[in-house]
Design a protein around this ligand. Sequence first.
Ligand SMILES: *Cc1c(COP(=O)(O)O)cnc(C)c1O
Length: 453
Amino acid sequence: MSDPVKYLLDEEHLPRFWYNINADLPEPPHPVLHPATHQPITPDELGVIFPRAVIEQEMSTERDIEIPQPVREVLRQWRPSPLYRARRLEQALDTPARIFYKYEGVSPSGSHKANTAIAQAFYNKAEGVKRITTETGAGQWGSSLSLAGSMFGLEILVYMVKVSFNQKPYRRAFMESFGARCLASPSDTTECGRTILAENPDNSGSLGIAISEAVELAAQREDTKYALGSVLNHVLLHQTVIGLEAMKQLEMADAYPDMVIGCTGGGSNFAGIAFPFIGAHLRGGPKVRCIAVEPSACPTLTKGLFAYDYGDTARLTPLCKMHTLGSTFVPPGFHAGGLRYHGMAPQVSHLTALGHIDPRSYNQLECFAAGIEFAKAEGILPAPEANHAVRAAIDEAEKCRESGEAKTILFNLSGHGHFDMQAYMDYFAGKLKDLDYAENEVAMALAGLPSVG
Ligand SMILES: *Cc1c(COP(=O)(O)O)cnc(C)c1O
């Protein structure tokens, strides 16, 4: 076995198809409903905000969906992404476990989100769209879509959650370098933003509000569509390149994982690495334990309800059946901004309800400690979101040390932490605390869930 198990950027190893888990689900997914009528939504209704090709993928049950050649040509700049064997971490932990990690920080925007940004920009451009609106929390998705927009000649307008907009000026500068426009949300450019500011001019924003603003604008103009960086089926589909490559890379290393681990905000990087393995099991292959790791301060899968809910605060989006903390819930301001979302991908929720995914949650301090332990051994400083996956991988490797079992662990290192140094500085200065979500606020938000028959 070579060490590290890293393969050249070889066209042959870049998948030709995305893997659609809808083809293999043991029970069909719950339909997406129209926000007003509560009837299953039609492609025409979704067409107001999304391009047709993306809607087809959203509803498709075809197993293998071809990756268009122009998309592959951009992806091959950094894909296949490297799969590393974490030998130095294994030694530091004195564990018999074999730890592998897929590193998505090699994309130009520093995370896995570029994988779907490129695909979505391509489909919008192909259908004559001129402008894409979107939201961003910590800034990784806005950065990825800005990059994709400049590659395909599209205007990008990003609503960035105000608290992050003020805290992370480098992310904004990154987006503007690619020609995108970035506004603090809530803003005065939309009705929803103006309503919220009238109630409270100091509202620091949330992903739910920023989505409402972006969707409102996209729905108004024919030449403008909306793009989402996580949660929806087509986004998870585009991320399956991660797991498909990992499967091939592990095969070359003569290995197959006993467990696959990813952090979950909206569920896309976790699904990207785990779905190809879950699918193989559903088609008769070996069972792999898939662990979805979320922050204790926003515990969607471990504490939320599996129910129909809106994706945004203003209740403009369709209703999805998913694990949710309620669309009006605003999580406390912990540092893994990419994990502060009230909902979860419907496919991840469905598979969790069916027992194919093990969710778990951690507090932020133990995650930062794990990220630093990892960095000292492997030389890569992870994004605060990715630290959740690292924490779980280390815990599982330590369990192997106790039991003496030589398990194979695969986890997704979804991005690097180079734009998150303030979070690390706060951690070293002892300023970070473990935050609890407010149970009464979740109860209130859940009491407001739409009643769907
Ligand atoms: C956005 C982000 C996440 C969380 O989003 P998912 O859709 O759950 O993957 C995790 N890690 C990084 C680095 C991110 O940028």
